[in-house]
Design a protein around this ligand. Structure first.
Ligand SMILES: [Zn+2]
Length: 411
């Protein structure tokens, strides 16, 4: 199995490596340029110069950070001078304290500060949503290592005859940095590239930036890098691969952005957009756009949410009755819960578990203690989880199935 397939499978199953694995190693992008993969969740860039080492990102944990420091020590006696954050997500900053203890000066975009403040303020919420997303008990125990140096648009420094250009752009986050070393045409892209369809419209997270994302990919393309270390997964080596990945990813984002904007201007509902917008045929089979992490449906929802408000255009929904009251009115009309269950079972066996869920919820909203129905819902969600190859669908359904089964077994 190739490294790409392995990564995609991992992400698809939601079993991302949290600790250094036996398959961890350093990929060489050029003389003194490395991409450390599988030292934990999130790649780490290492650049060795004769005046010190520059590290880009730190994996998710101190364990990963220590393993990286060990690797650096094996290669050079030079001190670690700088740690650059490509953005403030936990899988890129979690091991930072190890590098800080080793004397590194931390550099990032200014918005990383506000991100860390927000994560601290909403800690319990982030523990809950990330535990769901990654199907594991997330603990956020480390204090964040705030940057020593921040910048707004672009920041450049030199070390050991190498120029480090830090370019700010927005994409998966609003605090992102791409690192480019022009002398060697090497790029560390962070999560602008992750070997998956871009994660626009994450169900539980704040807005992402599809337009700025493709603008940054086009900017990298113009720099003509010969190798790129992405935020996750193996490096892109050689012009052909670099250009194919950047142009496919940029093209799909640009297409979706423009389609969504056109629909919004025409007054389309989100429902209509979800049914009418698809990925162009030329891109649908791109190996860089597998929908194992981000996916089309979430992207459309994310872009729609970014440019519109919460009102869906139907005045019924401007100030709706409580859902329990609406539900009760419908239930009274149907008058027969057994019939609802029977229909739900039929939908499920006919291969439409989603419709079955809608019917089941009619009963659960009215009677949240109905154990039999919780068990039925759990069964359906389990099957839906197994049937999907996308991390979000698999994990959200699986975690919820477990919860439904617990409700069914509660005495
Ligand atoms: Zn990441």
């Amino acid at each position: 199995m190739s490294a790409i397939e392995k990564f995609q499978n991992q992400v698809g199953r939601g079993e991302v490596n949290w600790k250094p694995g036996s398959d961890s190693g350093l990929e060489k992008l050029g003389e003194d340029f490395y991409n450390a993969i599988n030292f934990g969740f999130g790649n780490v860039g290492i650049v060795i110069t004769n005046e010190g080492v520059v590290v880009i990102d730190s994996t998710i944990s101190r364990t990963g950070g220590k393993a990286i420091v060990d690797e650096i020590t094996k290669m050079t006696d030079q001190p670690i001078k700088y740690l650059i954050y490509t953005h403030g997500h936990g899988d890129h900053v979690g091991g930072a304290s190890v590098f800080k203890e080793n004397g590194a000066t931390v550099i990032s975009h200014r918005n990383v500060i506000e991100r860390f403040n927000r994560y601290t303020k909403l800690r319990d919420h982030h523990v809950a949503i990330n535990s769901m997303q990654f199907k594991r008990n997330i603990r956020i125990k480390n204090e964040y290592i705030y940057p020593d140096i921040v910048y707004d648009f672009e920041y450049t420094f030199e070390l050991g005859g190498k120029t480090f250009r830090l370019l700010h752009g927005k994409g998966e986050t609003d605090d992102a940095t791409v690192v480019y070393i022009p002398e060697d045409r090497i790029c560390y892209s962070g999560d602008f590239i992750v070997w998956s369809f871009p994660n626009i419209g994450n169900p539980n997270k704040v807005l992402r930036y599809e337009r700025e994302w493709y603008e940054m990919l086009d900017r990298i393309l113009k720099l003509d890098p010969k190798a790129i270390a992405p935020g996750h997964g193996r490096s892109l080596l050689g012009n052909e691969e670099v250009q194919a990945c950047l142009s496919d990813t940029s093209a799909v984002l640009k297409y979706l952005h423009e389609e969504c904007v056109m629909h919004i201007n025409q007054g389309s509902s989100l429902d209509k957009m979800l049914h009418e917008i698809s990925i162009p045929e030329t891109l649908v089979n791109s190996k860089y756009l597998k929908q194992t992490y981000g996916c089309l449906e979430f992207a459309i929802k994310g872009i729609y949410r970014r440019y519109t408000g919460w009102y869906d255009g139907n005045p019924t929904n401007l100030s709706p009755s409580p859902s329990k009251e609406v539900n009760r009115a419908i239930l009274e009309l149907i008058g027969n819960q057994d019939q609802i269950i029977e229909h739900a079972r039929r939908f499920e066996t006919e291969g439409n578990p989603q419709l079955a869920l809608h019917l089941i919820d009619l009963i659960l909203i009215e009677n949240p203690n109905n154990k039999e129905i919780h068990a039925f819902k759990g069964e359906i969600l389990e099957k839906m989880s197994t049937a999907s190859s996308n991390l979000f669908f698999r994990n959200f359904y699986s975690v919820s199935a477990k919860h439904e089964k617990e409700l069914a077994n509660n005495s």
